[in-house]
Structure formats: structure tokens, C-alpha cells
Design a protein around this ligand. Sequence first.
Ligand code: 5AD
Ligand code: SF4
Length: 494
Amino acid sequence: MTIIEQAELERQQRYIGQIGQCLDAYRSETGFSRRYWIHTYGCQLNENDGEKIAGLLAEMGYIESGDLREADLIILNTCSVREHADDRLFGNLGRLKNLRLEKPDLVIAVCGCMMKQPEHVTRISRSFAFVDLIFGPQDIYRLPELLYHRLTEGKKQYLVGDEDTLVEGLPVHRARRFRALCSIMFGCNNFCTYCIVPYTRGRERSRQPGDILRELRQLAASGYREVMLLGQNVNSYGQDIGDSDAAIRDFADLLQAAAHEPFYRIRFMTSHPKDISEKLLQVMAAHPVIEPHLHLPLQSGSNRVLERMNRQYSREQYLAIVRRARQLIPGLAISTDIIVGFPGETEEDFAATLDVLEQVRFASAFTFLYSRRTGTPAAEMADPVDPAVMHERFTRLTALQDAHSLDVNRQNLGQSVEILVEGASAKQEQVFSGRTGQNQLVNFTVADPALLPAEARRPDGGIDGNRLEGGLARVRILEAKTFSLFGVLEAYRP
Ligand code: 5AD
Ligand code: SF4
């Protein structure tokens, strides 16, 4: 692991200053600011990386553009986890080619996990040679330098480092106003045989507890109500931090310390079943601010498949964790990830997965078709599942899970639930939305505007959803659907 030193960050800061001067000169000449547009694929860790890229650009004086066509700098922050994401990148690059022809001074950058796979970099060099900048997930801190050289010398800059870096203090331009992402560790040591992440994100490295708590304190002080602690495998946090902090040695300790910050809610993702400790469950049970929700990827319910996946737990162990967690944490919602069609998966193996679904009754599940990732051990396994069989199993799996999700949601009918409001619903006028501590999406209407503070009420009698964002609402649930609940406001606290 390489810790990026202060001196290196100061060197990058000088490039930020120099680009800033160029952008200022452009603004006084033309009256326009330079704009960037960024698209992030994949998981929330990648989203948080995108926020750091945006933070660096904001320091240079770039402003965010809502419209790709108006941008002077386009950044595609890629994901490798399944093939679908790869396809989308190359499709989008094809479309960008014309834009680049129309706008010769447009700068196009591609970064993220896919750039750690040399075959993708080669393909871009050969077929999408108009891409100006390439960098890996570990090289974000060097973006100022790369961009400076591209802007001043006009030369392409492709840099994908081999080191597993740990950087503190990058500026973050957060996408949301009340919910913040906080990456507590990077990389993964688990080497599940289907997964590309250990190859693209490198070995596990945990941030120092002091650095994380400082970030949390700043977030709370600047009005963030919810924070999500992120890592590929959060509950192995701390195995590499040594004795630097006697009070915080593992994820349970960190979560406990975080629970003392004045947030409305603390969430975390993703947990690996092999690293769930009794201590962690006890901390969750002891602190209501930690949401009663555990995202616990199962992947498969068959011991034979779990072994071939190198998941390091059995279905019995998984079920035992679920039982214990539910015993300790009343109202706990458990969600999961499941892969269908892992090489060699038989009908019997698949039936074992459905059986675990029946036993656990997950609140929700992300379900995936197995995607062969070159370079992973599973890619070499000799017995792929026929795509038609895979799709047919997938349909059965999602039908069962949808029925369970609906059942779980129906349990809230007639109840009053507390939600953290996210704002106006994207689809319907005067419908607002938020999430319960169990991570259920709740849409609601307001029958009595007097329940709301004056600034949320518009002169025309309507309600300004933006003014509700970040508040806590009590909602009486009138309707339960598979993916959401619907109700009416009973009380609100900003
Ligand atoms: N194919 C299908 N799904 C995958 N995932 C990771 N790698 C693959 C793959 N090769 C899924 C796992 C993981 C989630 C983030 O993505 O279920 O938990
Ligand atoms: Fe991939 Fe397994 Fe690590 Fe998750 S725990 S990132 S699935 S290798």
C-alpha cells in the first residue's frame, strides 16, 4: 500500500492553481465558465470516487453541467463488475465521437475500474483514440497533473498506476444535500471466484479511524442527516490499521464511534457474511441511529456453489447469522445479492437458493445473471450454464423475491413509519418521498399543510418538496407495493 503524502498533494494543488488561472482567463475573455459533465457507473464506492473527481474539478473552477452537449470536459467513471457495464461504456464512447468532431477542444476522460484491465485501455487506444485522459481508480489524486498537461501541451495522458494508494484530504463535491457517502476502506481481499473487484481495486486498505471520524464530524456539522459508510467489505475494516487507535480496532468499534455523531441515520454497505461478528450485531442493536438494515449478500444458497465461489461460509452459517441478527435487532430488514447461473449451477443448487429465500424472506434482493469476467478463476471453469436455463431461473428467482418484497411491505399497512425525506417524487406532482430505516421507499401526500413549516408552503397552497428534504416525517401507510409504500403525512420535523 502507498500512502499519498502531503507533498504530493501539494504538488497536485499547484496544478489545480494553474488550471484555475487558465479557466479564469477564459472566463474574462469569453464570459463563460468551463463546464464538466461526469457519469458514474456501478456501485456507491465508485459514486464517491466520482464525487472526489468533481471536488477536484470544482477547486479548479470548473462548474457542473447538466447537459453533456454543453460540457468542455466529459468524464466517464467506469465499472467492471458485470459485462453489461462494459458494453454501455463502449456504446457511449461511440456516441461521443461525433460530439468530439463538432467540438475539437472538448476533453474526454475515462477512468474507474475498467481502466485497470489493460484490454480495455488497448481497445480505447485503438478504436476510440479521441479519448484524451485515462486514469485508474487509484490515480484520482493525479487528475490535476494529467489535465494540466493535456490542456497545455495538447497531448493525451494515459496513466493507470499499479500501486494500491490511500489518499486523505481530497475535496469532495457531494451529489446530495442530506445524504453523504463516506468510503472507509478500499479494495478487497476475498477473491470470490466470479469477481473482478480484487483485481481492479487492489488489496484491502482501511482509512485511519481519526480521518474517518473527522470527515463524519464535518459532515454532521455541515447539515448532513444521513451518512453511508462504504467499503467492498466493511466488516473487515481495520485489519490493516495496526495500533494507531486503541479505541477503534474493527468495524463494530468504528460504527459505535460514528453513532455518537449527530446524524439522523447511519447506514453501511457491504457486509460479508464471513465477517459478521456478534459484537457488530450488538452495536447495531444498541444504537437506534444505526439503521435496522443489513445488506448481506448470499450469492447462492447451495453449499457446493458457495464453495466454488470461495465465499467462505455455508448456507447453515448464513441462516444462523440471520437468526441471531433478527433476535438482537427488532424490525431488522435484510437485503441481499444473488447470482444466478454460476458455472456448474444445477437445478438442485438453484432450488437450494430458492429455499434460502423462503427461509429468510429478504426485504429486497439485487439479482444478477452470472457474467464471465476475464481474469477471474470462474472464467476458467469448464461447465457454463446454458443462457436459456440461466434466464429461466432468473425469472423464477425474481418472481419469488418480488412476492416476498410485497409481503414484507404489506406488514407496514396501517402503520405509522418514520422516514427521512428525500424531496419531491420525480413522477407525480405534490407527492413526496423518503426512506424508512429499513430502506423502504415511501411516497406520501400531505392532506394537512399546517403540519409543515411555513417555508415549505407555497403561496398557491402547494408544497415545495425541496424544503422538506432532510427532514423526518411520520407517514401513515395506506398502500403497499413490491418496491414502495404509499401513505399520508402525520407529522414532520425539519
Ligand atoms: N457476475 C454476476 N454478478 C456479479 N457480482 C459480482 N461479480 C459478478 C459477476 N461476475 C454481483 C455480486 C455482488 C454484486 C455487487 O455484484 O452479487 O455482490
Ligand atoms: Fe467481489 Fe467478493 Fe470482494 Fe465482494 S467480497 S468485492 S463479491 S471479491
